[in-house]
Design a protein around this ligand. Sequence first.
Ligand SMILES: [Mn+2]
Length: 376
Amino acid sequence: MKTFRYLALLAAASFLLLLYYIYRVGDRPNSSDQNLAEHLTDGHTTAAVSRKSYAHSSNGTEISVVVVACNERHNEALNMIKSAIIFNRNQSPLRFVIIAEEKLKLNFMEKLNDWQEVTDRIFTYEIHSLTFPRANKDEWRKLFKPCAAQRLFLPSLLQHLDAVLYVDSDTVFLSPVQEIWAMFQQFNATQFAGMAPEHEDMNAGWYNRFARHPYYGELGVNSGVMLMNLTRMREFRWEEHILPIYREYRLQLVWGDQDILNVLFHYNPDRLYVFPCDWNYRADHCMYMSVCDAPDGVKIIHGNRGYFHSRAQPIFNLIYSTIEEFTFRTDVYGNFIRTIEESLVLPSNSNCDKLLDKFLQDPRKYFKENQYEEVP
Ligand SMILES: [Mn+2]
């Protein structure tokens, strides 16, 4: 009898120990190192999803920002992410979806894990391998350069997401991502994508003067910033429209995937919501004369054709490098706005530089002197 009681006690103790263990393991914090190890063992599978969760009172639905990064584009992509975090002044929960070459993954993880620590986990991220649809996989691979084509396949790659904001790696936010995200609400029942016009002026437009294929509207659209309702795109069977367009027009395509998008929306104009140039502001908008009103200031800059890295329009390079040098949890007024004001050499020969006030309009409105952006 004594033995029985002893065994019962032992069983009860083991049970409690087991409960305790389950509780502890289930509740263990995800340290950076551990997270890194999880990412690393993931190897070649598509997703290496960060399991970190932010402990914030939620400010609305999570906003997903997608970027594709190959080779030297990796630093640009990180800078884009950094700008989105800096100007996320209303603390919307952000999810960055990065599609990258294998060799770049570790670097992304290290940087983003660091940033999560210093921004109180206001964002999550996931890193995917470059992936093509299984059907016609070989044909896709042969037809396009992998990185250029990737964004055309987001509807099938990102099955777990309803909608995303795709941005080129050569973009920089000067406003909260939430503002452009809110435009999804303005889509009508048929629209599934949002883009800005390629140009504003018939005399300087590219498509209306040079294109040898159909394109959207009078001046075409630019694909550097694109709202995508992936659910609706899947319903439309998006990818089944892409290959025939490529086959028919491939000898006429100059700007790759952007031309394909232009052909597609030429034939399906009711699917596209066109937003103003403020949200995809390029040097084309200011280098000869100012052709983009941006009444509330420039919201997203697109440094296409290398403008972030050249001195041709100094303000593009200056904004890019100021964000690069910015330290999280420091004063946006002092370390971004004032740095730019003081570094820009005026008067300048660059027409874009003359629009300094347009570029700083949105940040100036919300980040005042001595107002530290402390994350609670
Ligand atoms: Mn671009």
